[in-house]
Ligand binder design. Structure first.
Ligand code: MG
Ligand code: MG
Length: 269
């Protein structure tokens, strides 16, 4: 069952998504060689609680942390640990918050220092594919239009592997609601998009093959072939006048620009 949101509910979700993005911009200002995921996680949790909200992931199905931090060949759901980040790492950071009975959700993949052109291209194409998906999130379209827009954009570039096992999702009073939003699919198929639908669109795209496996910790998802993977996420509302992006990557990218240790992911539009 899909819960369509009122304008007022959408504003609660927007507020939470903006807090998520402010948390990710804090991460962007702190991330550098030598810092650990656990240190970033502690800062993120403190920031969220200082803003009278609750980390949305901590305790969700017993997940132990505020952030999901997934580096290099880790796709998503990495548990922050004592690994010290180093130059050349790509780091996906996913965050959720809960406040006023609603959730917010967004994610961004960061680049520490210099990486190969090949991996930078993967990040750019993955981020572009998120916006291709959002463009298709229009009243009268179907879910498959979003999914296929993401998939087609990724697969036409170097045959990237679009992850099948993990998908975007409806979001509201629950972190994960109906409908599922796969990053692959067929145009014209699936649920018709209606005003008030709020979904998280989150392409997870592998440099190599699409196959993934679960790590020994029971959470971390990794690529089967050991090649790097990228992940970007926005929460959006489908409105009669077009998609409304409730999260905002701009403060994150501002923080990246001000952190000399990080590289910017710039889309040439
Ligand atoms: Mg997320
Ligand atoms: Mg999500």
């Amino acid at each position: 069952m899909i819960y369509y949101k009122t304008a007022e509910e959408i504003e609660f979700i927007r507020e939470n998504c903006l807090m998520v993005c402010n948390t990710l911009s804090l991460v962007a200002s702190e991330l550098k060689p030598g810092i650990t995921g656990m240190q970033l996680d502690a800062k993120a949790e403190e920031f969220i609680r200082d803003n009278d909200a609750v980390p949305g992931f901590k305790g969700y199905r017993s997940f132990p942390a505020t952030l999901c931090i997934s580096k290099n060949d880790e796709v998503v759901h990495g548990i922050p640990d004592t690994y010290e980040f180093k130059e050349g790492d790509i780091v996906s950071v996913d965050c959720g918050v809960y406040k006023n009975s609603f959730f917010g959700d967004a994610a961004y993949t960061f680049v520490i220092g210099d990486i190969s052109e090949e991996i930078m291209k993967l990040l750019v194409v993955t981020k572009e594919s998120l916006f291709k998906g959002i463009e298709s999130a229009r009243v009268g379209n179907r879910l498959g239009d979003i999914s296929s827009s993401v998939q087609e954009h990724c697969e036409k570039h170097n045959g990237y592997g679009v992850v099948r096992e993990l998908v975007g999702h409806g979001i509201g009073k629950n972190l994960h609601e109906s409908p599922e939003v796969p990053n692959y699919g067929k145009r014209g198929r699936g649920t018709k998009l209606q005003d008030g639908l709020v979904i998280a669109i989150e392409p997870m795209v592998n440099l190599g093959k699409k196959g993934v496996k679960q790590g020994k910790d029971g959470w971390t998802i990794k690529t089967k072939d050991g090649k790097p993977s990228a992940h970007y996420e926005h929460t959006i509302a489908v409105r009669t006048d077009g998609p409304d992006i409730l999260s905002n990557h701009a403060p994150i990218e501002e923080a990246i620009k001000n952190n000399i240790e990080l590289k910017n992911i710039s889309l040439k539009n």
